[in-house]
Write a protein of this length. Structure first.
Length: 572
């Protein structure tokens, strides 16, 4: 929806701007409208780490999962992190339902229509070539440029079944003339008009507009935009020719337009989207009218064009900043729900026994708790200030013995991750982990989940799997959250067989809730992989053995929203 709103705003603003500068040269107006048209090809909702708005639009299902056991440390078990044995991941997966599949279907249909147009276009030109006569010498005869501005030679071909005149080709620019024009008094004006199209690269522009016309065939605003661009392309060419021949060109243009109405074949009309001819009656009247006034580039036109472009940029930035705000607002709301959930649970133990040996450690933990007091603030400025203060404190605090040092490092990183994830700053978190721990295998085990989740968010699926595969994913001792994340990383790469292998080899503990969740996951993996038979068998098993009638669909293509709690936050 943000994509549609962004492009709707930019298109309307550009159309209004062009309305205000309609007395400006047509080329300036074309530039503005082409910017608006090209905006429709930019996935604004996927910019900034592809990221902020999933392709689907409406929340369909919210599913919390909380692994029940602590992930054991890979260094000195029983010492490092032993006092947070119940620390886990709280993750919210937001599944989405929208018209995204319909939208994709419309685009695919448009692309198919475009390829159909291309085939008709090529067949038509091939049929013309079979009987065409090369008359490139006409350009020399009328003292016209023989090359387009990109230095490709222009060919002139005479044939029987084409419109009065048309220009085609980007790599091999060609002017096609109907044979009956050879003895016409308008021949020079016709050739001048078509040569101008080629030197302005209008055939290439027409390919872009025809692609847009087909891809966005369902969008009346884009169609309106293209119609205006088509008209302005002709006006621009007319203005150039009028500057050369003055009133003689106006007279010739009227005669050419009249001939184009009576002589265009149905087949030529079907491929006119790729050519420079524009023969709608109302449009042609506008073309003739436009020649009556001089189109000069004035400072006020340039200023209005700049203002229109600036307003469009501001509108685009505003809509996309609202996407960022919406995303971070949802992440913050999710964090508050996690806090509410934790309020009903036993607090994670973060302090060591109160002995002289642990006095410095416990003192630093209390300082970290105090510095984390604003971790649930809705203000990004407050969150960033807390992050900076914690970072400075960690760098300047007294050193601790190695086991205590590793524990402090874990707790500090977990809090800083909580501050960053509410702002969707995945790259910053990965930088923090790399700076603090180095290689992935040195990342503390409880932080591997958050590190892998950040990598998945940034589409670095292989790196995420490398971290997660350090766990025995088949073992029931490995937290279910790590296992599900590994399956997600496989699915996002289209590695369905690997994902199915992981699911089929996962050993389930004697835990009904976990078994149901794994069966639902297996169902969604099979469904996405197109294995409907085994998927329906799982659906039947869930209904018959567990009374589960509804299995929420899981979109492995859409980004999941996740918030991971930090043990220190239980004590703020």
């Amino acid at each position: 929806m943000d994509y549609l709103l962004t492009n709707f705003a930019t298109t309307v603003l550009m159309l209004i701007t062009v309305k205000f500068i309609q007395e400006a040269p047509a080329r300036l107006q074309i530039t503005l409208l082409m910017l608006a048209l090209l905006n429709w090809f930019i996935p604004w909702h996927d910019l900034e780490v592809s990221l902020l708005a999933p392709s689907s639009l409406l929340p369909h299902n919210i599913d919390y999962f909380l692994p029940t056991e602590m992930m054991a440390s890979n260094t000195t078990p029983g010492q490092v992190f032993a006092n947070i044995s119940h620390w886990g991941n709280v993750v919210q997966n937001v599944e989405w339902f929208s018209f995204s599949h319909v939208f994709t279907g419309l685009l695919c249909l448009g692309i198919l229509l475009f390829f159909g147009d291309v085939l008709r276009y090529l067949r038509y030109l091939d049929s013309l070539n079979k009987t065409a006569e090369d008359r490139t010498e006409l350009l020399v005869h009328y003292n016209l440029p023989a090359k387009a501005h990109y230095l490709c030679g222009i060919s002139v071909k005479i044939c029987q079944g084409c419109p009065p005149a048309m220009a085609t080709g980007v790599i091999r620019p060609t002017i096609w003339l109907n044979r009956r024009l050879l003895n016409s008094s308008q021949l020079h004006s016709v050739l001048l008009h078509e040569v101008t199209h080629l030197r302005h690269c209008d055939p290439g522009l027409k390919w872009v507009t025809q692609l847009a016309r087909r891809v966005f065939w369902w969008n009346p605003l884009v169609i309106k935009l293209i119609e205006r661009i088509d008209l302005l392309v002709e006006m621009s060419c007319d203005q150039h020719c009028y500057a050369v021949k003055r009133e003689k060109y106006s007279q010739d243009l009227a005669a050419i337009i009249l001939q184009s109405h009576s002589g265009t074949s149905n087949q030529a009309a079907q491929i006119s989207g790729f050519t420079s001819i524009h023969s709608q009656a109302s449009a042609n009247l506008l073309r003739l009218e436009s020649l009556k006034s001089e189109k000069t580039l004035r400072l006020k036109f340039v200023a209005l064009a700049c203002v229109g472009t600036l307003l469009s940029s501001v509108a685009c930035a505003q809509f996309n900043s609202s996407i960022v705000t919406d995303e971070t607002d949802r992440l913050h709301a999710m964090a508050l729900r996690v806090q509410a959930h934790r309020a009903n649970q036993n607090k994670y133990s973060i302090y060591r026994p109160d002995t002289a040996k642990n006095a410095q450690f416990n003192r630093q933990m209390r300082e970290l708790v105090a510095l984390s007091k604003d971790a649930l603030s809705p203000s990004h400025d407050v969150l960033n200030l807390a992050y900076s203060e914690i970072d400075a404190w960690y760098a300047n605090r007294p050193a601790l013995p190695a086991p205590q040092q590793r524990e402090i490092a874990f707790h500090t990183t977990a809090v800083q991750h909580f501050l960053l994830q509410q702002q969707n700053r995945q790259s910053d978190y990965l930088d923090l982990v790399t700076q603090r721990f180095g290689a992935p295998e040195k990342v503390p085990v409880p932080l591997r989940y958050s590190t892998a989740a950040a990598l998945i968010k940034l589409h670095r699926y292989e790196n995420a799997l490398e971290i997660l595969q350090q766990f025995d994913l088949a073992s029931p001792k490995t937290a279910l959250g790590n296992f599900i994340l590994a399956v997600e990383a496989c699915m996002k790469q289209g590695k369905y067989e690997q994902a199915l292998w992981l699911v089929n080899n996962r050993v389930v503990r004697n835990n009904t809730s976990e078994e149901i969740r794994l069966l639902k996951l297996r169902f969604n993996v099979l469904t996405t992989a197109g294995q409907t038979g085994p998927a329906e068998q799982i659906r039947a098993d869930l209904a018959n053995h567990y009374g589960v009638e509804k299995i929420p669909p899981q979109n492995f293509n859409g980004p999941a929203l996740r918030v991971q709690w930090a043990p220190v936050l239980d004590h703020i």
